[in-house]
Ligand binder design. Sequence first.
Ligand code: PLP
Length: 531
Amino acid sequence: MSDGRSTWGENSVKDAPLYLRPRVDPPLASLLGDVPFLHSLVDALGSPLNVLLPEVVAENAERFRAVFRRHHLAGRVYFAHKANRSCALLRRLAACDPAAVGVDVASLAELRHALSSGFTGDRVMATGPKDREFLWLAARVGATVNLDSAGELERLARLVRTYGLGRVDVLARLSGFESDTGNGGAGTRVLSRRSRFGTPVAELGELLTALERHEDSVRLVGLAYHLDTTGLEEKARALERCVLAMDECRARGLAPRAVDIGGGFGVGYVADAGEWERWTTALSESVLGLRPPLAWRGHGYGLRNEGGTIRGTAALYPAHRPVAGPAYLEELLARPAPALGRPPATLLLEHLNDLYVEPGRALVDQCGLSLARVLDVRLTGDGIPLVRLGMNAGDVSLEEHGVLVDPVLIPRGDAAGAPAADGREGGGPDGYGPNGYGPGGDGPVGVHLVGNLCLEADLITRRVVHLPRLPRAGDLLAFVNTAGYVMDFHAHHAQRQPVARTVAVTEEGGARRWCPDEDYWPLTHPQGVPS
Ligand SMILES: *Cc1c(COP(=O)(O)O)cnc(C)c1O
C-alpha cells in the first residue's frame, strides 16, 4: 500500500465525511421516502429513470408570481423550455393562469411542443437564434419574437411581408451593457460579460431606426436581456439600463411596455452552507497538496497550485445558495440599483413597465429526480471503491454544469444485498476492509460513481462522493433535483445504452400515481374511474 493511499484511507476514517447533501423540500422528500415505490418503478421501467412532480412546477410559478404581486408589477413568467424536455411539466404550466404564465421556446421543435401542450401562441416567447421555419411558425401563431440581432429583424420583416403574416410583436434583446460607477464620470466603466446573443446596447439607436423602418411588419413591445451570471449587481445594472432605454424608445414615438430580464435566478442544490464551505476549502487544500485529491486523477475543477498559491477559478456552480429562485428575483427588484440608487421594482412601476422573467432552472427546482441502479462495486488501486451505475454521465449531467451534490442512497431493502440486476457478481461488501473504506459495508465511505459506458471518461462524478455506507448491487442512487438541465439535456444513445424513461408522479387523495411523461395531462381522475 503506497503512502498516499494509506493517508487517504486514514483521512476518510478520521475526518468527517465530506458530504454535499441535497436540499430536499417536502414533496420530493416524501417521494424519496417511498422506497418500495421507487424500486418498483425502476424494476418495471429500467435504469436510468427520471421522475417528475408536475405539481411542483406550478407551485414554483406561483412563488414567482407572488414576487410580482408584492411589488404590484404586471407581466408574465415564461418558463425557459430548454431546461427540460418533459411534456408533463409543460402541460402543467399550460394549465396555469394564461395571463401569468407563458413559455420561452428556443427552437422550432420546442415551439411545436409548447403549442401541442396547450399554450396558445400569444403565451409564447421565441428566443435564441432562429431559422426561417421557426420564425414563420412563431409569427403565424402570434408568438412574441425576442429578436436576437438586427439581421434577424430583417429576416423576420421580409418573411412577414412575403407571406402576409400580419404584424408581429417583438422584443429587442440587448447585451454588452456598460455604465460608469458614478463619481461624476471618473468611475470605472464596467462591462457585463460578453455574450454571443443580443444587440449591443451601443447599437440600440440603429436597431430602433430599423424597427421604425419595419413598423408595418413588427411592433416593438419591449426590451430584453438574459445574462448567464449569478451576479446581482450585473443584472441590476442591465435592468436599470433597460428602463432608461425604454424611455428612449418612447421619446422616439415607439410604445414598448415590458422589460424582459431573462432567467438565471438559480437553484440551491446543497442544503447546508457548512458542508459546501468544508468541501470547497478541502478542494483548495488538496490542490495545494495538503490533503489527498478529492477527485479522479487529482482533478482540481479549474484550480491549480502555483508555487504554493491557489490560482484559477473553480468551474463550479455555487451549489449552496442562500438566495435563489423567487428570492433572487425579490432581491434584484428590491435593492437599490447601482446608478439611479432606487429599487428596480420602483423604477419599473414608475415608468409603467411590465416585467417578464424567463426562469428555467429555478422554475423546475425540486420538480424531479433521476434514479440509477447500482450494478456493481469494486475496489481500485487507489483504495476508493468504484460504484458502477446503470446510467452514464449524459443521463445525469451534474459535472457538465459544475453542479456538485450527493445522490441519496435508496437501499434495496434486504440487508444481505441483492444480486446485481444484470445477474452478474453481487456487489456485496466483502473485500472492502483493508483500506479503511467502509469495513463490512457499514459507516460512511468515499466512492467514485462511474457510468455504464466503455469509456474512461464516463464518470458520473469526478469527485469522490461520500455516502453513509457502501452501496450494494441492487440499491438505487437517487440524484435529487435534476429537472433543470441535468436529467435530459445531454442524454444520448451512445453504445445503444437506453436513454432514461421519464414518468410523472401525482398524488390524489393520499394515493401516489404515476404515468409515462407523455401520457400526463393536467386532469384529476374521476373517482372510481381508472386512469
Ligand atoms: C437559458 C435561457 C434562460 C433560462 O436560464 P436559467 O438559468 O435556466 O434560468 C432564459 N432565457 C434565455 C434567453 C435563455 O437562453
